[in-house]
Design a protein around this ligand. Structure first.
Ligand code: NAP
Length: 341
């Protein structure tokens, strides 16, 4: 990677800051700037709504699976940008593919976090305060066997069943054992107007298929990348220099309010999309064309938890968050996708 691509005045993924560094203004070095959550974080930081500076790096600029390139990229970025936080939105997220690529999944989602924590700590020695790491993890660290209706607490024992969940838990552990302060937000069922996700897949299939078969026995909270970004920025304004300064390593849950299953989520996506964009060539025109099936019938390569509900009450109390219901977050994304393009 050339040093040129790290120049904050040069890359389209960065926001130029002309102000002098102040400890009260968070400076985020964002990894995974091209993903759903990374894109939302960048968009919100650039909106100017919050006093936050950001330098975003994409996969090409900071590859977590290539330790030497990653070290060079992160070191240069820390030295030039002097971040207060590193926000890691980069991850290996191909849940089914991970079953065939366990080493790569563990490298990106697990071992790279050890390297990141150590790199941040090395540079913290010259900084006024330690560089803090905000990281994302997943509901898939749980096996989902908790009875439906009972949400998982952050302190509940984990039992990931697939490679992806195991690799994400390895990342949580790497940060907890690493030298830099870390805060992990476990989230679930992420969707956005950007990138690949279930909402965009349903919109595509709803205009090309006569019938859909969607799993109805996995329950969780669809969560928009924008909701995650808003909460994340509220958190970095309070941690570690603000009220939450005592957190050294901790895991929190963060998802939208409400619970649904993939089948009902699909029906709601298509129902609301047809209302917002009646002139599109919908081939799925009624809920009857969306068939509810079991996970066993769908037979995905990777196992998924039946109960993905995450209890976020501790996060709300600790950071004073107001989280949207998933249907409200969905509405925002559908409006953007269907009426603003
Ligand atoms: N998506 C979900 O449903 C979901 C659910 C629960 C938790 N999470 C967690 O939430 C966080 C954000 O997820 P997301 O939905 O924003 O994921 P995403 O859209 O898949 O974005 C992940 C980003 O990481 C990048 N990436 C992949 N491999 C990389 C590597 N070796 N080095 C550097 N970057 C790499 C990807 O680059 P490319 O775009 O080039 O592939 C992409 O930009 C992740 O920690 C994820 O585990 C996601």
């Amino acid at each position: 990677m050339s040093s040129r691509s790290l120049d904050p005045t040069d890359t389209p993924l960065t926001r130029v800051s002309t102000e002098t560094r102040q400890t009260s203004t968070p400076r985020l070095l964002l990894l995974g700037a091209g993903g759903q959550v990374g894109h939302s974080l960048l968009r919100l930081c650039r909106s100017g709504q919050l006093p936050i500076n950001v330098l975003g790096l994409t996969r090409d600029q900071a590859p977590l699976d290539k330790p030497d390139l990653f070290r060079t990229a992160v070191t240069q970025a820390i030295e030039s940008f002097k971040p207060s936080h590193i926000v890691n939105a980069a991850a290996y997220t191909a849940v089914d593919q991970a079953e065939n690529e366990p080493e790569l999944a563990h490298r990106v989602n697990g071992q790279a976090l050890t390297q990141l924590s150590e790199l941040a700590a090395q540079h913290s020695a010259q900084a006024p305060q330690p560089i803090a790491i905000l990281h994302y993890s997943t509901d898939y660290v749980f096996d989902g066997r908790k009875p439906k209706g009972q949400a998982y607490q952050p302190t509940d024992p984990v039992a990931p069943e697939g490679v992806y969940g195991k690799s994400k838990y390895a990342g949580e552990q790497a940060l907890a054992q690493g030298p830099s302060p870390s805060l992990v937000l476990r989230t679930s069922w992420v969707f956005s107007d950007h990138g690949k996700n279930f909402v965009k897949t349903m919109l595509r299939l709803g205009q090309s298929q006569q019938e859909l078969r969607v799993v109805a026995d996995q329950w969780g909270a669809p969560t928009s990348a924008d909701a995650i970004a808003r909460a994340s920025l509220a958190i970095v304004q309070q941690w570690p220099t603000g009220p939450a300064n005592t957190i050294e390593h901790e895991v929190f849950h963060l998802c939208c309010k409400g619970t649904t299953n993939w089948h009902d989520f699909a029906c709601e996506i298509l129902h609301r999309a047809r209302q917002l964009a009646p002139d599109l060539p919908w081939t799925i025109t009624s809920a009857e064309q969306v068939k509810a099936i079991t996970s066993a019938e769908f037979a995905a390569p990777a196992p998924r938890p039946a109960n993905s509900q995450l209890d976020c009450s501790l996060t709300d109390v600790q950071f004073g968050l107001t989280r949207p219901h998933w249907s409200q977050a969905l509405e925002e994304v559908l409006v953007r996708l269907l009426t603003e393009s």
